[in-house]
Design a protein around this ligand. Structure first.
Ligand code: PSV
Ligand code: MN
Length: 424
């Protein structure tokens, strides 16, 4: 649907109005002792995985308004990520959710992805939807379930997900548990924690030696009294007990309002235990809104900790991923906007003068420290982001290009108006 030549032609047409102007930026970077080329390269190198479930329209419990042309097979989902990646050269990975995306022919799937320059990021298990009325339903939990047979089923599922991932070249399993309670007295906290730990131990034992186990946390939903892994402390506790291959995954939407997420990031990196990210934005809870659309300053502060952590700690490489849902917008447009916001926040964080910040901190110069951060945040880094994408063959304006090539309508005529994607 899209090839490099088409994007080149688009860029040529757009260039007069999109002229990349570095004049004031170059001067600023030099003043800070930063090399423009190195900064552009770093921004260009950042790849953010697209979750297979974010390619269709989401919904609320009040309804879902489908957009048409949604990918209904794994192949179509990979093709959609291929379109995003061709446009922004920054979405070269897909994260699968099993059983929504069970691959039938591994080689064919790998060839398809390979041809689109896409790799397989973390695979996600799903022990929150099983509707079976038998003993094996997950209504009352999965890895923490009181019944050993249900726990066994959930452990087996996670091992199968790892097996699928091995075939595709994935290197991580992400576990998010819906386990918890909605009423006091429903279960015993210590018992549920212990059963979860023991279940995770069995899954951990099945991990290949070069894999990571990423443990997500969430304070509420679908359970409203307690969650078995409600916060980063519990996730970290489990990861520490499991071993070096286990770490915590931070989903930005999985915090109570006003939680200081940048502090969590800093501490986890200090302990070499930050495994990855699910980016999104929120105003109230797990709203799954476009990254950077509500709290861009928070996103920037998180990136400052990430940049410092990557320079100053031995924290292993992170898995970067978006986790969002799209009720109103075309998901593809939303994902393009999200990736752009992530890159903007990253670019701003690269401009912070961390040496000067340390000096300000050592003198308790509160206003000085704050202004060092704000100076970087207030810099318009869009030319740097644009240039990094342009150099890799991406579109000068990915969203505009998506509309220019009329991609949604093409997908609708290919797949139909009623085609629906799997996911939540
Ligand atoms: C749960 O809210 C979550 O953030 C987990 O990452 C799931 O795997 C994902 O959403 C999809 O439902
Ligand atoms: Mn998530």
């Amino acid at each position: 649907m899209l090839d490099q030549n088409k994007i080149k032609t688009f860029n040529k047409e757009q260039l007069p109005s999109h002229k990349i102007n570095f004049d004031h930026l170059e001067e600023r970077l030099t003043q800070k002792g930063l090399d423009l080329e190195a900064v552009v390269d770093q921004i260009g190198a950042l790849q953010i995985a697209v979750p297979s479930w974010a390619l269709g329209t989401g919904g609320t419990r009040f309804g879902r308004f489908s957009l048409g042309g949604e990918p209904s097979t794994l192949e179509e989902k990979i093709k959609d990520v291929g379109i995003l990646h061709a446009l922004n050269q920054s979405s070269g990975a897909i994260s699968l959710h099993i059983p929504w995306d069970i691959p039938k022919d591994y080689n064919a799937i790998k060839d398809l992805a390979n041809g689109l320059d896409i790799v397989f990021d973390a695979v996600n298990s799903n022990t929150f939807q099983d509707q079976a009325e038998s003993l094996h339903s997950y209504k009352f939990g999965s890895l923490s379930h009181i019944d050993k047979a249900v726990r066994k089923e959930a452990i087996l599922h996670n091992k199968e997900v790892i097996n699928h991932g091995i075939e595709l070249g994935s290197k991580a399993l992400t576990v998010w548990l819906a386990d918890g309670t909605s009423f006091s007295g429903q279960h015993d906290f210590r018992g549920a924690f212990q059963r979860t730990l023991e279940s995770l131990e069995e899954i951990y034992d099945h991990l290949p030696s070069d894999w990571k186990l990423l443990i997500e946390y969430k304070p509420y939903e679908p359970n409203f009294y307690s969650m078995v892994i409600p916060d980063w402390g519990t996730s970290h506790l489990l990861a520490s007990k499991l071993g070096d291959q286990a770490s915590t995954l931070v989903d930005l939407g999985h915090h109570l309002p006003n939680t200081n997420i940048e502090q969590i990031v800093a501490l986890l990196m200090h302990l070499n235990k930050l495994g990855g990210f699910h980016f999104n934005d929120s105003k109230y809870g797990d709203d799954d809104l476009t990254v950077g659309s509500i709290k861009p300053y928070q996103l920037f502060l998180i990136f400052c900790e990430l940049v410092k952590g990557m320079r100053e700690t031995a924290n292993p490489e992170l898995s970067w991923m978006i986790d969002a849902s799209h009720n109103l917008k075309d998901p593809m447009e939303d994902l393009l906007q999200s990736v752009e916001s992530i890159k903007i926040a990253f670019a701003k964080a690269l401009l912070v003068d961390y040496d000067r910040l340390k000096v300000a901190q050592s003198k308790n110069d509160v206003a000085g420290g704050q202004s060092i951060l704000q100076e970087a945040f207030r810099t318009d880094v869009r030319p740097l982001v644009k240039e990094s994408i342009y150099r890799k063959g991406g579109a000068l304006d990915a969203l505009e290009a998506y509309r220019y090539f009329d991609i949604r309508n093409k997908l609708i005529s290919e797949r139909g108006r009623d085609s629906k994607s799997t996911g939540l």
